[in-house]
Design a protein around this ligand. Sequence first.
Ligand SMILES: NC(=O)c1ccc[n+]([C@@H]2O[C@H](COP(=O)([O-])OP(=O)(O)OC[C@H]3O[C@@H](n4cnc5c(N)ncnc54)[C@H](OP(=O)(O)O)[C@@H]3O)[C@@H](O)[C@H]2O)c1
Length: 256
Amino acid sequence: MALMKISDVRALVTGGTSGIGFEIAKQLKEKGGEVVICGRDESKLRKAASSIGAHGILADVSVESEAVDLVQQTIAHLPGYNVLINNAGFGSFAPLLDTDLAAMQSLFATNVFGAMVVARESARHFIARKRGNIVNMSSSAGVRGFAGGTAYAASKFALSGMTECWRAELRKHDIRVMQINPARCRRTFFAEAARRVIGSCARRKSLTPHCRCWRWTTEVSSPSCRCGRRIRISAICHFESAEPRERKGRGSGGAR
Ligand SMILES: NC(=O)c1ccc[n+]([C@@H]2O[C@H](COP(=O)([O-])OP(=O)(O)OC[C@H]3O[C@@H](n4cnc5c(N)ncnc54)[C@H](OP(=O)(O)O)[C@@H]3O)[C@@H](O)[C@H]2O)c1
């Protein structure tokens, strides 16, 4: 297989509006590649795309029709589309006894099923072109489980499994399938995960400002809100980073 020059990259970066995906998209653009990014939040998408000169497509990859349409629009916008950075994903952490089935299904809908649909549609295009690259954004949680990781680690183990299957199937078409396993690299990711736990708390009306000010500064801490629910998370995270949105939520009818 010949080495690929970054200036030849025509990439779709799912979840390219913030964090790791945004940085990848930015670097690719800076080095001469052409990039399409996607996300669910329209204003975030517009801002991110214009700041790096990428093309933005509003799409929720957990919805099959939107994921299919995303790849079609990418192909139309990027002739020679040749790299999928399958990055869109999020975390949700709870001990087994507190693991909510609906929350886990929602996590899988993005981290696993969404990744599969975007890869499947992209692979169809790459097979027709007889080359392509799929880069799956897994996690160290896709290699090793940990307390509180039932849903997230399972989703990333599933992605790791799919990576191996796709690699075995697509090699003969000259399609490279790769996986990246980042460890903790951004506190926003964990703050968003914490917000999700609060959002899913059955008694969230009893949340007080105290609950919104958890300060997680140790490797494993177990904050609890006044409703008595205790949460463990393997993360160093200052939940205050999510405070402005919580305040906004309170003003418009309570914590979300
Ligand atoms: N940060 C870490 O420490 C870390 C460690 C290991 C692995 N990872 C993995 O790296 C990837 C990126 O993480 P990050 O920390 O950069 O997250 P992030 O900053 O929260 O960004 C997530 C991106 O994914 C998008 N997204 C989420 N769900 C989506 C959906 N259903 N459809 C379309 N877009 C969606 C978000 O856009 P919207 O806001 O518009 O939805 C955003 O652009 C994830 O797969 C994550 O599991 C992260």
